[in-house]
Design a protein. Structure first.
Length: 81
C-alpha cells in the first residue's frame, strides 16, 4: 500500500517558540492514534523555522492527524522500477 506525506513549513516567533514546542507531543499522539507518523525539524541556522512531516496510509488519516479541516498538501509514495 502506498503511503502519503504532508510537508508544511512553519515560521514561529521567538515569543511563541515554547508554546509551539509544548504542543508537539499532543500532535504526535493525535497522529499515532490514527497510525500516522509526525516529525518536526528546526533549521540549524535559522531558529524558529520548522518543517513538519506527517506520513500516513491515506489522505483521510493525514487530515485527522493534522487536526484541521483544511486539506493538507499531499505527496504520494511512488515505486520506481
Amino acid at each position: 500500500m502506498a503511503r502519503v506525506l504532508s510537508v508544511q513549513e512553519q515560521r514561529i516567533a521567538t515569543a511563541d517558540r515554547a508554546a509551539y514546542l509544548a504542543a508537539l507531543p499532543e500532535r504526535r499522539q493525535r497522529a499515532a492514534a490514527v497510525q500516522a507518523h509526525f516529525w518536526v525539524f528546526e533549521h540549524a541556522g535559522d531558529p524558529g523555522r520548522f518543517v513538519e512531516f506527517t506520513e500516513a496510509a491515506s489522505e483521510g488519516m493525514l487530515a485527522t492527524a493534522s487536526g484541521s479541516d483544511a486539506t493538507p498538501d499531499v505527496w504520494r509514495e511512488v515505486q520506481g522500477g
